[in-house]
Design a binder for this molecule. Structure first.
Ligand code: PLP
Length: 756
């Protein structure tokens, strides 16, 4: 196994949660072992516990300037949010006039806990109010005009002091004036979770009614939080019971959590010798990290304006890098950051950045780095050095070229030979490199991947000999023309990029056009159906069709849709039959979309789960019936998935095979007992290079999995164990291989993350 402990962790995800500071952990431990009393007990141990609790409350009140307001301990901010919303809505319900329409307002960049709780309590309390999101501008600042317009008829308004994804802060004085000028009595909750310790608050001098906080965002343990309630603001206990917290929140108090908070409050109140850096220092830390990121990724775009955000958050995107790629890279370098989007092939953006109107790619590629006020100069220096190490590793994968600022050198690269599958979302671009001639083929180039392709070609010193689309894509603009103008300006080709100087050859009894790529031939097989111009490109040696780039003719689990203007199901049927004559059973079909993370397929594997395809290939269906069934299938098309249009209705079974799973110890046992088990690390070469030590694993990155499958078609009984960072890539790859007949494929559950 790679030794992941070589590098200590650089933790830059403080907005998600923070470690407990040692002083706070000591206090919590003492509250568990020594000061463990129940504050409700009247004996000395209980009185001591009560004293600790009240001291913590007093410090919190001083720190937040709560004046006569209440401060109640909770389990965290989500509970504080419920308490606030429930209290406000119960009171607001009393004020409702029949026949009038009401709303509740919340900032569109608010944490999900807020709108979800609003909807929940409106439903439970049976209050007929609209839930309206207040728009924000490009900096994430709430729209005054919208508030002015809607606040008069609103029952409640929820805003946040500091945003968790961007660190953007609202000017609470300005906001207060906007709200109160339009509605002096509306109930106002401000989520202050990310503001604690980062901005000063003086709640008694505001008309904020409710302000929830959370301990684990500022070095206290999870499970402790508190909520401020303005004096005279309506209040309904969210939890009833033994009458703790003066009957406002029942349940035996979380003394260890309070003891930890007590220490944190004491540190925040201290003016000298504080463990926390001042704002100016935090600004300089952020700038240093931002400068390092800019050196490492010269095309970086910062998603948050530093002027409008607290100094502990950086949100950025790097053109042509998905957030998942950056996350994987940083995780391999033991740097913990967070992504704004879900890590799946179905890319989703960050709703916060979407609300700010940022371009989709920025939202989908967003990375958040955040730190807390306990950050030190030494921590920042280590983080910057590690970011450089991580980005240097990218030269290894030819994902960046030389970068003299950080000493990156392209000679330190993994040689590309054979097939590479690149993706943007669920769409695929295929690159085939022939090392002996340094020639490259590019099929279905996506515009989003242009920079990646340019870098790859230069880094690998490859010359494209053809850049071809399998059809005129309806769902996206092709990147072909731009690339062809750059690399093949002198080549005469048809609309799809097929070169006119090809030769005619005979293959599998049919005549077709062909070009040479090293020792292989690329055949053009017209396969109309999905569109009238659809072609399939078959890469073959004299004996064998290795890969078939079928565009949207055959997709994994589906057939290309035939409900476009230039589609024809009858033509598709003929095309499928033609492919059946041209391809071998195990020719790998490389489609232009991979909606379900299946990488590749074969005619035989598809026929097993796609009865329509099976009937077509075996000549078991009339043309009329095929057209009818195809139309029926297309009528179930889920047109849009995220920002992508589906190019085929899924007909195959979604049941994933049960894959054998190892954990770290059973895998070590299997390796030791000489069962022939071979470990394949399927992370990208830069991740592998960052963590690989002396173990015997082989690196087959997911981008090269299809080539690996092709080369090992005759070793389907080999017991390979796939491993990756978290066990998620290894799982999908194992399932894909299992479906293609690799019977003994298995994976490491939980990945390297659980093998530390
Ligand atoms: N509000 C904001 C702005 C947050 O960042 C979070 C945590 O991510 C919450 C609310 C929920 O806090 P808790 O985890 O304490 O329930």
């Amino acid at each position: 196994m790679p030794n992941h402990n070589e590098l200590t962790q650089v933790y830059l995800d403080a907005n998600a949660t923070t470690p407990v500071l040692p002083q706070a952990a000591d206090a919590a431990l003492s509250a568990m072992q020594t000061l463990f009393g129940n504050p409700s007990s009247s004996h000395i141990t209980g009185l001591q516990a009560k004293h600790l609790m009240e001291q913590t409350r007093a410090r919190a009140k001083t720190l937040l300037g709560t004046g006569e307001g209440k401060l109640i301990f909770t389990s965290g901010a989500t509970e504080g949010i419920q308490t606030s919303i429930l209290s406000a809505l119960i009171a607001a319900k009393e004020l409702i006039h029949q026949g009038k329409t009401y709303s509740v307002l919340y900032g569109s960049t608010e944490h999900k806990a807020v709108p979800e709780s609003l909807k929940h309590w409106l439903k439970v309390l049976n209050i007929p109010a609209q839930v309206l999101a207040i728009p924000v501008n490009e900096f994430g600042i709430l729209d005054d005009e919208f508030i002015r317009q809607h606040v008069p008829d609103a029952l409640m308004i929820c805003t946040m002091a500091v945003n968790n994804e961007t660190g953007v802060y609202q000017n609470l004085n300005h906001l207060e004036k906007t709200i109160r000028d339009a509605n002096p009595h509306i109930f106002w909750m401000v989520d202050c979770v990310q503001a604690l310790g980062k901005t000063s608050l003086d709640l008694q001098h505001t008309s904020i009614d409710y302000a929830p906080f959370s301990g684990h965002k500022l070095y206290a343990p999870k499970g402790i939080g508190f909520v401020y309630i303005r004096d005279n603001a309506p209040f309904t206990p969210f939890i009833a019971g033994g009458g703790q917290e003066a009957g406002l929140r029942s349940g035996t108090e979380n003394l260890p959590g309070m003891a930890a908070l007590n220490v944190i409050f004491e540190m925040l109140l201290r003016t000298e010798d504080s463990a926390f850096s001042d704002t100016q220092t935090l600004h300089s830390f952020r700038q240093q990290i931002a400068d390092t990121l800019t050196d490492c990724f010269p095309r970086i775009i910062f998603n948050n304006s530093f002027e409008h955000s607290v100094p502990t958050t950086i949100n950025f995107a790097v053109p042509s890098f998905s957030s998942k790629e950056i996350m994987d890279l940083f995780d391999a370098a033991n740097i913990r950051v967070s992504s704004g989007s879900a890590c799946s092939s179905k890319v989703t953006g960050s709703f916060v950045l979407d609300a700010m109107g940022l371009p989709t790619w920025q939202s989908e590629s967003a990375i958040r780095m955040s730190f807390g006020p306990a950050m030190t100069q030494a921590d920042v220096d280590t983080a910057c050095a590690r970011i450089k190490t991580a980005s240097l590793a990218l030269t290894h994968s030819c994902m960046v070229l030389e970068n003299s600022k950080i000493g990156a050198d392209i000679n330190d690269k993994a040689q590309l030979e054979g097939l590479l599958q690149l993706r943007s979302g669920a769409s695929c671009t295929w690159v085939y490199a022939d090392t002996s001639t340094k020639q490259a083929l590019i099929i279905d180039p996506l515009p989003e991947l242009q920079h990646r392709l340019d870098t790859l070609l230069q880094c690998q010193q490859l010359t494209p000999i053809a850049i071809i689309d399998t059809h005129g894509h309806a769902d996206h603009v092709s990147g072909r023309e731009v690339l062809a103008n750059r690399y093949l300006a002198d080549q005469d080709s048809d609309m799809l990029g097929w070169p006119y100087n090809s030769k005619t050859v005979s293959y599998a009894g049919t005549k077709c056009e062909a070009i040479n790529v090293g020792d292989l031939q690329l055949l053009k097989v017209p396969t109309p159906g999905h569109t009238s111009d659809s072609i399939s490109l078959v890469l073959c040696s004299a004996q064998q069709a290795k890969y078939a780039f079928c565009g949207d003719t055959i997709l994994m689990g589906s057939l290309g849709r035939t409900n476009f203007e230039s589609s024809s199901s009858a033509a598709l049927l003929s095309s499928l039959k033609l492919l059946n004559n041209t391809l071998a059973e195990d020719t790998l079909i490389c489609a232009s979309h991979d909606y379900n993370n299946e990488f590749t397929t074969t005619l035989s594997a598809e026929s097993k789960r796609n009865s329509l395809l099976n009937s077509a290939l075996l000549d078991l269906i009339s043309e009329a019936d095929f057209i009818k069934r195809k139309a029926e299938l297309d009528s179930h098309l889920n047109d849009q998935v995220g920002s992508e249009i589906m190019c085929g209705a899924y007909v195959g079974s979604c049941n994933k095979s049960a894959i054998r799973e190892y954990d770290a110890s059973s895998l070590a046992d299997a390796i030791a007992s000489n069962t022939g088990v071979k470990v394949i690390d399927i992370r990208e070469p830069h991740e592998y290079a960052l963590t690989h030590s002396q173990d015997s694993s082989q690196n087959v990155p997911l981008t090269r999995l299809v080539q690996f499958i092709q080369e090992h078609q005759h070793q389907k009984d080999q017991p390979w164990v796939l491993v990756c960072r978290s066990g998620s890539r290894s799982m999908v790859a194992a399932q894909a291989m299992h479906r293609l007949g690799f019977a003994k494929i298995s994976h490491l559950k939980g990945g390297y993350a659980l093998s530390y």
